[in-house]
Design a protein around this ligand. Sequence first.
Ligand code: IMP
Length: 429
Amino acid sequence: MPGTCVIGLQWGDEAKGKLVDLLCPQFDIVVRFLGGANAGHTVVVGDQTYKLHHVPSGILNPGVMNVVTPGVVINPATILKEIDALLARDIEVGANLMLSDRAHIVCPWHIAEDQVMNGQPVQGESIGTTLRGIGPCYRDKVGRSHAIRLGDLYSADFRERIESIADVKRRILSGLSGQEGGDFGLDPAKIYEEYCGYAERLHKYVDDTTAFLLDAVDAGKRLLFEGAQGALLDVDHGTFPFVTSSNSSGVGVASGSGVPARSIDRMIGVAKAYTTRVGGGPFPTEQDNEVGQRIRDLGNEYGTTTGRPRRCGWFDAVAVRYTARLSGIDCLALMMMDVLSQLPEIQICTAYELDGEQIDRFPSQVGDLRRVKPVYETWPGWESDVTGVRKLADFPAGARRYLDRISELVGKPIDVVSVGPDREQTIFD
Ligand code: IMP
């Protein structure tokens, strides 16, 4: 029963959606196990581009089952919009989609809290969340008293829950924002009615996904786990507090999905040939200059979910070596290799200098990460178009050396290289 997992090794946006879409035909089930509408997975099929937030990328492959598990936080309005957009383009969304009744749902107060909290800097800087209510929803999940799960939409006391939670939330929001007596758009009767409408439409997708997946494992089905965000945004192991609110590295697969880690026998780590980051927080190899702007333009580095320009910089082998080990990665998929083709010179960060000492471990404290100076190797660019390359041997010598060096520094083989958005622009070793 081989299970495979695709994990982002940087700060998200590593083009995981493209890889998952390509791998889908080899699998029976695609599983999404963390995050929510903060994720934006772009998949290009022919001349069509699809942007998915909650729905697993397997939805574009007929015959594949798509499962959203307890570790995901679902915004019912957003997922219904996503489903409607797929249906409008004649993509089947019916018995091929299952949503966990254990998944927590994002409510209007979570979005209001995200907005209020995001205006308040943490350690001198705003986290710069996607404002999708993700952190507040996970906070309520862990806090338990004010949480609502998808299955609760169908319980007899749902109206009462909405009324009592909305009341508490209005008081919390007044305190947080300093706006005494504000109602923050939280009218319980309206929210109840709205969410009952969502409940009715989502009903056919809601089920116990944990039981379904455990049965699938026993039956020898092939499972593909689709990571979201990236390992450096992991709440326990990333650049805390500038992280998302779930375990986005390989460690989160079992807890988020309910499938034991030992059922997964292949972990693929996805990284870009350079680095990007959206939102606040340290980024040692950031190029806040013309080079960064060039990478942003060439790679069209603007957020799928928020449209924000992404911060861009050089490949950081210290960070990726750390997240590859943390996530138990077997091999790497290196994406966006074509973007570097036009640069006359390319740098790779091989170590950090911290307080005059050279280190090769990834610091656990953001204060240290802010102070490190990257130690770079400088490489001549290959300066030729690689978008038509279909075999590793056909890459220009400079590009091949670059791939070899990254593999050596990270300590993992590179099994996949992507040279453009289309399915065909992918080289499997
Ligand atoms: P949140 O997940 O909306 O709370 O945002 C927390 C941090 O994670 C912010 O810096 C976001 O920009 C970042 N983030 C969240 N989701 C993604 C993603 O899918 N790609 C890249 N960055 C993300």
